[in-house]
Design a protein around this ligand. Structure first.
Ligand code: SF4
Length: 88
């Protein structure tokens, strides 16, 4: 079993709108290094109503790994903690 997404501490409202709440899906896509997994996860993020808040949360909590708000950890770092949004 792979890595799963750490849950926001207080079940923030945005988390209730998240479309990636399955631990199995999370491990297979959002934290996977398998070919194509990140692209598939990002496609899910771009249709997620919680995307903006999710990305803000990942930046605030300095989540280093996994896809959050449609961006990889490397992409989030490149944009900076308070940098521009992920586009799209
Ligand atoms: S934006 Fe992506 S990672 Fe964030 S809650 Fe939505 S589907 Fe999950």
């Amino acid at each position: 079993m792979g890595t799963t997404r750490p849950r926001p501490a207080q079940e923030d409202d945005w988390w209730k709108q998240a479309v990636c709440t399955s631990d199995e899906e999370c491990a297979e896509l959002f934290y996977s290094e398998a070919s194509g997994a990140a692209a598939r996860a990002k496609r899910i993020c771009f249709s997620c109503p919680a995307r903006g808040a999710c990305l803000a949360y990942a930046r605030e909590t300095v989540e280093e790994f996994g896809i959050w708000g449609g961006l990889t950890g490397q992409e989030r770092r490149a944009r900076g903690r308070y940098g521009q949004s992920g586009g799209g």
